[in-house]
Design a protein around this ligand. Structure first.
Ligand code: 6A9
Length: 807
């Protein structure tokens, strides 16, 4: 386990002494950090797919199906994650540095598959890894369940890959299959697909002599690079060719059994794709081992066995230290649940590379400054002025493996809040990756659909990104969390929790390294910040003088009458009809959060002039949130617009939007508005439900109407912000402390129960939860921000109960 290697130990000592590192030591740290992140299941759109963080390189993937009849195979051949075909799957345990275990429950194929993935550091090229693939027939499987399993490796870019030793004249490979390869980044390497364990069907059919199923079949090919990701189509085309030969040979009356029919032709050679097929009867197990040529030793199956145990126990200890669920969630089952959610979040991290579509026409309709602007903008979008840009790369976690296996900007800020507690260096790397996507103006695209494989999942009309459209700047919350950790370490070096985490906290454990990181990032953060200020500025001429003088008012660009997708709360009700003089209270709140974050970094870096400038904006934003957005009548924060009389009018739809100043930390514990905010939260006729806070008040005319996406259902990202703010108020003396404590305790319990109950019942985390029943709904296996319950469970119990009602 890399954490116990001498390098890590040495670093821990240096940390303890707080010695400044030499530049050679820093380089060593960086190499170790990068190396341990090179490989991973970074193709999260697949049930199991491995690749390095290299644009064009070696990829691997797994496919399987039951082969007991001729017809079902087409529908049960597993490769890409799809909704509603499995009874639950995902990582039970996963750590990006060392590996973990995934289980897949596949009822139609009557089998459970586990994929264990383990990393082995060493050598000059990012180390080696091993994967153990196991199949266990389910209870309803026939005793001789027949399963076809394929592992494939493909190679993009320069380099070579070829099968060692195997001959096309033979009927298949006995023993292990070995692929030898070489690329500039990976050096020389070898991939071994072991013979493994398990019985093979003895079909008795004459075709068996041609292809005895106790041999491993290998088919190598050379295909255009852009076809490589469509490996299942390639396979099906090839299988069809095989079937077309087999059936006439043996006649309709005596066809070979399906297990025989659905086999590839044994044709091992060199090429950019290699399919390796095994056919099993009953349970099975085999390993795929990638050995880096420059690593000191070759990895064996025994090494893999040993490491699987050590990684598992290491994970559990560390998990308990960092995320141990607090009362009332003390039963074992909550820890298992928490581990699974967190592992799926971190095991869902992917590396994406490819071109993307952007409309940089700067069409004048995109100024959105006239009445009816949304119609003109829609027309401009319809002109298809998008171009291909890039290719670019992105290292990110994703909202959902089956449905949205790609990067989403504002989702990522939420994903990284648990991740930074576990691995700060990883988190900082992901943030860097996102900021590398920023253009010269300071824009980052909301949805990152990189490459043809990613695009294949998105209807044409949603593929294009627009450089005047924003999305909430949640990455700044993560940077704030990083600063919190730096501060905590400075004042409390004995903090057990932080000490345990430190081996993954190079940037934290060395102040110089942290400063260097922030210094490099700071200009990018500034550019992004000023891009927001400029492009999303509101037109506040018509509002009152005081507010006007500071100009702090903001409007999301890209709205239509029914949607503001850019805000992230797609169909939440807003002013009608849209107006260019509209001001959005969620956006000014995000601007406030972002201003405070960047101000804090400026202070940290000694950028005093900047800090003063940001302090000015901070003050003005805080004031304008009240001046422009507080409704005395509705006793809540509201969007603003210009009404028929050309006057400032508030548009109040109570729900998440009304809470935004509070959710982003801008309502102080002593604020005279806080009481009303808590009233709204606590009111069962409005936002409070036994399952969490509703996105829209039950009393709102649009509650539960139309798409009903952000019009009532319960979302974990917003609830996480609410419960965090309640905790903050509950922990400090103030007029609302006691009430905040009660609300915090209840909300925390409700949220955890909701996600837990649905998970227990369905095997999945969900995109949102029904406000009437608490049931998970919309996207299944939504392991993105729903995983925030991991942090919610780890929050302190403030109930003060001495004898607890344990759940
Ligand atoms: C459209 C359909 C196969 C919608 O979690 C990602 C986003 C959030 O950022 C946003 O706040 N989700 C939320 O309102 C999902 C968006 C998916 C758009 C994909 C194409 C794919 O069809």
């Amino acid at each position: 386990d890399s954490r116990h290697s001498p390098l890590w130990k040495g670093l821990a000592c240096l940390w303890a002494l707080q010695l400044p590192l030499t530049s050679a030591q820093v380089a060593g740290i960086e190499k170790a950090t990068n190396d341990s992140l090179l490989w991973g299941p970074y193709r999260p759109n697949l049930y199991f797919g491995v690749r390095p963080r290299i644009p064009k390189s070696l990829m691997g993937g797994l496919m399987w199906t039951r082969v007991e009849d001729y017809s079902s195979v087409q529908n049960t051949f597993r490769h890409t994650c799809e909704q509603h075909e499995l009874d639950g799957y995902g990582w039970d345990e996963y750590d990006v540095r060392s590996g973990g275990r995934q289980t897949i429950h596949d009822p139609a194929n009557r089998i459970d598959i586990t994929t264990e993935f383990i990393k082995f550091p060493g050598g000059e090229h990012g180390g080696s890894w091993g994967a153990r693939i196991k199949g266990t027939p389910r209870e309803d499987a026939s005793p001789n369940l027949r399963t076809t399993v394929l592992w494939y490796n493909s190679l993009e870019g320069l380099g070579s890959l070829e099968v060692q030793g195997a001959k096309a004249e033979e009927t298949g490979v006995e023993g292990d299959v070995v692929l030898k390869g070489q690329t500039a980044e990976l050096g020389d390497f070898q991939v071994t697909i072991t013979e493994g364990k398990g019985d093979h069907p003895l079909t008795g059919h004459p075709s068996y002599d041609e292809k005895p199923l106790d041999r491993t079949l290998v088919h190598s090919g050379q295909v255009p690079e852009d076809a490589l990701w469509q490996v299942k189509n390639l396979l099906f085309a090839h299988l069809k060719g095989q079937i077309d030969q087999l059936i006439p040979k043996y006649g309709e009356d005596n066809p070979p059994p399906p297990a025989q029919v659905y086999t590839i032709q044994h044709q091992p050679s060199s090429g950019n794709i290699h399919l390796v097929q095994k056919v099993f009867e009953g349970p099975f197990e085999f390993d795929v081992i990638f050995s880096s040529g420059s690593a000191p030793t070759k990895i064996t199956s025994e090494d893999l066995t040993e490491q699987i145990d050590s990684v598992t126990s290491g994970f559990s200890t560390r998990f308990a230290d960092i995320f141990k669920p607090q009362a009332p969630f003390l039963k074992e089952r909550y820890e298992e649940f928490s581990k699974s959610l967190f592992s799926n979040l971190i095991g869902g991290i992917g590396y994406f590379y490819g071109d993307s579509r952007v409309d940089r026409s700067y069409d004048s309709a995109y100024e959105e400054d006239s009445e009816g602007f949304w119609e003109e903008a829609a027309e401009a979008r319809g002109k298809n002025q998008a171009q291909f840009e890039g290719p670019s790369e992105l290292y990110t976690s994703i909202p959902s493996r089956p449905f949205f296996p790609r990067g989403f900007l504002w989702d990522e800020g939420f994903h990284l809040l648990p991740v930074i507690d576990w691995d700060a260096d990883l988190t900082l790397d992901i943030i860097k990756s996102w900021f590398k996507l920023m253009d010269e103006d300071g824009w980052i695209g909301r949805e990152q659909i990189l490459g043809a494989e990613a695009r294949s999942k998105v209807p044409e009309e949603f593929q294009v990104q627009f450089p005047h459209y924003a999305n909430p700047p949640t990455l700044f919350m993560v940077i704030t969390s990083f600063l919190d950790k730096l501060d905590a370490l400075k004042t409390d070096t004995s903090n057990e929790k932080l000490l345990h985490e430190k081996s993954y906290f190079m940037q934290l454990s060395n102040r110089e390294a942290a400063l260097q990181y922030l210094r490099t990032l700071y200009p990018l953060l500034k550019r992004h910040y000023f891009w927001f200020r400029k492009t999303q500025a509101g037109d506040i001429k018509s509002y009152d003088r005081e507010a006007f003088s500071t100009k702090e008012g903001y409007r999301w660009r890209g709205r239509t009458p029914q949607h503001i997708l850019t805000s992230g709360l797609d169909d939440y009700p807003r002013a009608q009809p849209p107006h260019p003089g509209e001001l959005h209270v969620d956006l000014i709140s995000w601007m406030g959060m972002m201003t405070r974050a960047i101000k804090r970094i400026a202070v940290y870096l000694g950028e005093e002039d900047d800090a003063l400038e940001f302090a000015k904006y901070d003050e003005a934003i805080t004031r304008n949130i009240d001046d422009l957005h507080w409704s005395d009548r509705a006793k809540t924060y509201c969007d603003a617009t210009i009404d028929d009389y050309e006057e400032h009018a508030l548009v109040c739809h109570k729900g998440y939007i009304s809470l935004f100043p509070f959710l982003t930390g801008l309502v102080d514990k002593d604020s005279k508005r806080l009481g009303a905010v808590l009233d709204l939260i606590a009111d069962e006729e409005e936002l409070w439900s036994p399952y969490g806070l509703r996105s829209l008040s039950k009393n709102d005319e649009f509650y539960h109407t139309a798409e009903d996406y952000w019009r009532g259902p319960i979302w974990m990202n917003m609830n996480y912000l609410a419960v965090s703010q309640l905790l903050n108020i509950a922990q400090h003396k103030g007029p609302h402390q006691t009430r905040a404590k009660t609300l915090y305790t209840e909300l925390r319990k409700n949220l955890v129960n909701t996600v837990y109950e649905s998970w227990k019942e369905t095997g999945f985390a969900w995109e949102q939860y029904n406000p009437e029943t608490g049931k998970g709904q919309r996207t299944q296996h939504f392991t993105g921000w729903t995983s925030l319950v991991v942090k919610i469970m780890a929050m302190p119990d403030l109930s003060g109960a001495r004898v607890r009602d344990e759940l």
